[in-house]
Design a protein around this ligand. Sequence first.
Ligand code: AMP
Ligand code: ZN
Ligand code: FE
Ligand code: FE
Length: 278
Amino acid sequence: MTGHREEFVDLHIHTVFSDGLFTPEEVVTTASRLGFTAVAITDHDSVDGIDRGKVLGKRLGLEVVPGVEMSCNVNGTDVHILGLFIDYHADAVTEFFARVRQSRLERAERMVNKLSELGVRVSFARVREIAGSGAVGRPHLAQAMVEAGAVVSISEAFERYIGYDAPAYCPKMRLEPGQAIEFIHANKGVAVIAHPGTYGRDDVIYTVIAAGVDGIEVWHPEHNNRTTEHYLEMAEKNRLLVTGGSDCHGGRKFGKVYIGDVRVPYRYLVALKRRVRH
Ligand code: AMP
Ligand code: ZN
Ligand code: FE
Ligand code: FE
């Protein structure tokens, strides 16, 4: 994956505007120091970090691709779709994500209540404080649980309480893949199915392909060589674009993935750009 003497990019990175620990400036500084040509800022349900990244990127000579990561529901599975090159200043975009973030807040409160029924006391105010101006998510809740002494680690919080099959889990706002893809397209973005190897089943991937997705994220820290080969082949057969990224959360996510862990040759970004609608 690492091309010699070739420029490389990372097209999936979180910041403090969702559940990442780095500011947009820290992301850009790190990527620039590591020699990246471009990075995409792809927060969950927020485009608020993009401009800050772009300002510093311009000074440091690093291209910042605007992006966002949306969550969809496919037969009960939470499937993520990246919207790269989305028109992040469009009112339709900022207003939509403001709504989604509001529903994330209500969901976080529901999860706090479920935890309380299970005997785990965390303050919703503290969860909000940890999330700050970012889209609130389970990692913030997990951090509050660690602080409260209910669990010793973020992983334990997910395993025992807030993971997909755990007792305090609540689903997010329901969105069909077709709706997310249509929204991304209507706002000039390219839709890419994120980390396909993490859902444990390919029927959901075919559903998203049928819904009109443009690309597949084939390089990802949770993919091994076999998974990557498998999705490269699927992309080729279905004439889809391919992307990749670290999905860096700055150490908040288990596995501790950082910028630099995935390096995607620049030519894949070039191919992606050819697909962007103006
Ligand atoms: P949410 O969007 O609120 O459902 O939270 C999803 C986020 O939680 C993912 O993007 C990851 O950052 C994180 N996450 C999911 N599963 C785990 C896990 N088992 N351990 C730690 N973080 C996780
Ligand atoms: Zn996340
Ligand atoms: Fe994701
Ligand atoms: Fe992500």
